[in-house]
Each structure stands twice: as structure tokens, then as C-alpha cells.
Design a protein around this ligand. Structure first.
Ligand code: FAD
Ligand code: EPU
Length: 341
């Protein structure tokens, strides 16, 4: 059941080849509890793994990697307005989106094609095209790694923020999410306010879109912008979009009139890190690494890429250079979105 000294290359979308000292996968909460009860494994550091699409592995992992394979999607309650849909944490996120669309349940169509597992989705409150999982989140179940208590978290308890939740902060490395329940609508509210979706639907000739149409449009946009991890190693956006004060923004706008920005309150403005990095001249740069090339993607400067064989430290080093340059040029400290291990 427990494997030793195995390569994590097939388990991360950045294509980084490091080893795990111990590795176990589990399909049920009972299996997971059994693994966690092994005396010899108790004191080891643990890494919970879903699809490995938001990770940068910089060294061999000397502890126990726990790969979540809990499957299953079910409707646990429904009314004439909504359905509560519970999915095992190991279900692929996009499979859950397809299930919702097939059953005409609205709310996650804008989150189509985000790689990874259902269990990791609340970790960073996944978001895209104007929607975040928090908008449809009902509850999740998680196992406490030390006490083995099974705990339910409501939306409030998860403390969701922009690419944030309690599981990335206070409760970091303390819980394994085992299931997630979403509240999806039987009369879907179509959300196409995010400009690119409207334009895509127009070019598809669709005037009154349903959730399948919205999903198709999102998939098209994503495929045109983001590199496919099956072809080029990456973890999506490497940095979060920074939030700055209006005063700071105004100074930048005077110097860079074209700066991409989104007002989020009367005091704060969200800037596009991709624009900042692009404008600083990093887009498309390629570097020679330890055993292969890596760099900044040619179509999306927020995505760092491994062309094959680069190490996690090569890519981490590049991210540090970018952070320093962005601080220098715009007086903004970028924060990494990707979990660096
Ligand atoms: P992993 O990479 O396996 O894990 C991520 C973190 O969560 C790790 O710290 C891990 O320990 C922890 N974790 C994983 N599973 C559990 C669990 N069951 N319980 C507790 N902790 C757990 N993200 C967005 O928000 N929006 C996007 O539009 C988006 N686009 C992307 C596009 C591409 C091409 C790629 C490669 C990534 C993109 N991402 C995006 C990032 C990524 O898809 C999400 O963060 C996703 O939720 C990660 O899921 P995963 O299962 O692969 O997580
Ligand atoms: N831009 C550039 N140059 C670039 C990249 C972007 O000028 O190289 C500009 C674009 O023209 C646009 C703005 O920056 O004006 C924003 O770009 P985009 O719409 O591509 O979105 P993003 O801010 O780069 C965010 C999320 C994505 C999510 C998309 C769509 C973050 C960190 N990233 O990207 O999420 O899919 O919006 O909603 O919030 C992820 O988290 O991994 C991820 C891919």
C-alpha cells in the first residue's frame, strides 16, 4: 500500500522530477485513517496531492505524499430551486463541471477546464471569468491529520478570499479535505459580464446562451490563452494579481497610461500581474536550466513554463528575479499563487 522512493514526475503539471520518500493513495476516508494510524508514518511531514496543478516542487519530499483518489458525485438534497451536489475530493474538477452541465445545474460553468481535483478547489477558492467557488460553496468535510476527527466546514468557516482560504493560512497542513458540497441552481443565472465571454459567444453566433454555451466559450478562451500542461509544464498563474491603493495606482497610470486595472472598492484597485510582467519585458523569455529550458510563456506573462527537464529551483529562481524586477519598476511586491514545496 505504501510505496517508497518514487518519482513525482507523473503527479505534477509543472513536470518537475523529484522523489517522494513515501507515497500512498487512498480511495476512502477509512483507508486514509488507516494510513495515518501507521506508527512509523505519524511523525513524518505530509503532502496532500490532488492533480498537482498548483505546485512547484523544489526538492525531494522527505515525508509522506498522500494522493487523494476519493471518487463519487451525488445529489444529497434538492428543492425546486437548487440541488446540493456532493463530490469526493479526488474527483477531477472539470468532471464535476460536466456533471453540473449535463444535469442543467448552474453556477460552475464559468469555472470550466480548471485543472485539478475537487478537494483542492476550496484551498485557494478557485476562480475564473467572474466566478469563484465561494459563490456556490455549501460545505466541505475534512479529516484532521493528527486527531483524525472528521470536521465539517461551512462557507463562513472557510474564510474565502481572493485565491485564499483558512486552509492556506491558520489551518495550513492540518486538514485533508475529503468531500465538497456545492449549491447549484436549477434555473441558472448566466454570468457573462466578463468581457471576453461576451465576445466569444458573439463570434459563436449565440445570443441567448445556456450554461453549456458559456462553458464552451470559456473553454475556447482558455485554450487560446493558457498552455496545455500535457504539452508544456506549468501551474497556471504563477503569481496573484496585486491589489494596490488608488493613490499608488494613479501614480502608475500617469507613467503607464495603458496599465490593466480593475476597481474592487473605493480604496483599492486590482492590477493585472500579467500586464506588469509583460510590460517589464519578461514575456516569452527562455532560459537554459539544469537539464532543460524554462521561462515565461509567450502568450501569458503570468504563466511560468518548464519546456522539459528544468528543476523547481530554476523556476523558483526565475520567479524571485521577476518579483525583484516588479518591485523595482512599480513598487509592488508580487505574491506567488503556486504552492512552493
Ligand atoms: P494540487 O496542486 O494537488 O494541490 C494544491 C494545494 O492544495 C497543495 O498545497 C496541496 O497540498 C493542497 N491540497 C490538494 N488537495 C487537498 C485536499 N484534498 N485537502 C487539503 N489540501 C489539499 N486556478 C484558478 O483558481 N483559476 C484558474 O483559472 C486556473 N487555471 C489554471 C490553468 C492551468 C493550465 C493550470 C496548470 C492551473 C490553473 N489553476 C487555476 C491552478 C489549479 O488548477 C488550481 O489551484 C487547482 O485547484 C489545483 O488543484 P490540484 O488538485 O491540482 O491541487
Ligand atoms: N495581460 C497582458 N499581458 C500578458 C497577460 C495579460 O497585458 O502577458 C493583460 C490582459 O490583456 C488583460 C489582463 O492582463 O488586460 C488580465 O489578463 P487575463 O484576462 O488573461 O487574466 P489574468 O489576470 O492573467 C486571471 C486569473 C486566472 C483566470 C483568469 C480569467 C489570477 C492570478 N489569475 O488571470 O486564473 O483564469 O483571470 O478569469 O487571478 C490561475 O489562478 O492559475 C489562473 C489561470
Amino acid at each position: 500500500m505504501i510505496k517508497h522512493n518514487i518519482s513525482l514526475l507523473p503527479y505534477n503539471t509543472f513536470g518537475i522530477d523529484v522523489n517522494a520518500k513515501h507515497f500512498a493513495s487512498f480511495k476512502t476516508v477509512k483507508d486514509l485513517k488507516q494510513i495515518l494510524q501507521f506508527k512509523s508514518l505519524k511523525a513524518l511531514p505530509k503532502l496532500i496531492l490532488g492533480g498537482g496543478s498548483n505546485l512547484l516542487l523544489t526538492k525531494d519530499f522527505e515525508g509522506l505524499v498522500l494522493k487523494n483518489d476519493i471518487e463519487g458525485i451525488e445529489i444529497t438534497k434538492q428543492t425546486s430551486d437548487y440541488a446540493l451536489v456532493r463530490a469526493g475530493a479526488g474527483v477531477e474538477w472539470h468532471q464535476l463541471v460536466l456533471y453540473a452541465i449535463e444535469n442543467n445545474l448552474g453556477g460552475i460553468e464559468n469555472l470550466s477546464l480548471i485543472p485539478g481535483s475537487v478537494g483542492a478547489a476550496p484551498m485557494q477558492n478557485i476562480g475564473a471569468y467572474g466566478v469563484e467557488i465561494k459563490d456556490v460553496f455549501f460545505e466541505l468535510e475534512a479529516l484532521h491529520i493528527d486527531s483524525l476527527d472528521e470536521v465539517r466546514f461551512t462557507k463562513k468557516r472557510c474564510q474565502f478570499g481572493y485565491r485564499e482560504s483558512i486552509f492556506k493560512r491558520q489551518f495550513k497542513d492540518q486538514f485533508i479535505i475529503t468531500s465538497v458540497t456545492l449549491k447549484l441552481l436549477k434555473k441558472p443565472k448566466i454570468q457573462i459580464s466578463y468581457g471576453a465571454i461576451k465576445d466569444e459567444l458573439k463570434s459563436m453566433g449565440i445570443l441567448q446562451p445556456n450554461i453549456k454555451n458559456v462553458s464552451d466559450a470559456v473553454i475556447k478562451i482558455r485554450q487560446s490563452k493558457l498552455p496545455d500542461p500535457k504539452k508544456i509544464g506549468n501551474s497556471g498563474s504563477f503569481f496573484k494579481n496585486p491589489i494596490v491603493s488608488i493613490e499608488h495606482f494613479k501614480k502608475l497610470q500617469t507613467k503607464y497610461p495603458k496599465i490593466a486595472h480593475y476597481p474592487i472598492s473605493d480604496k483599492d484597485i486590482k492590477l493585472a500581474a500579467g500586464w506588469l510582467i509583460d510590460n517589464a519585458g519578461w514575456k516569452g523569455k527562455v532560459f537554459e536550466g539544469t537539464n532543460g529550458k524554462y521561462g515565461v510563456h509567450k502568450n501569458q506573462a503570468l504563466v511560468l513554463v518548464n519546456y522539459g527537464g528544468a528543476s523547481g529551483t530554476d523556476i523558483f529562481g526565475l520567479s524571485t528575479q521577476i518579483i525583484n524586477d516588479i518591485l523595482d519598476k512599480y513598487n509592488i511586491t508580487l505574491e506567488r499563487e503556486v504552492n512552493v514545496i
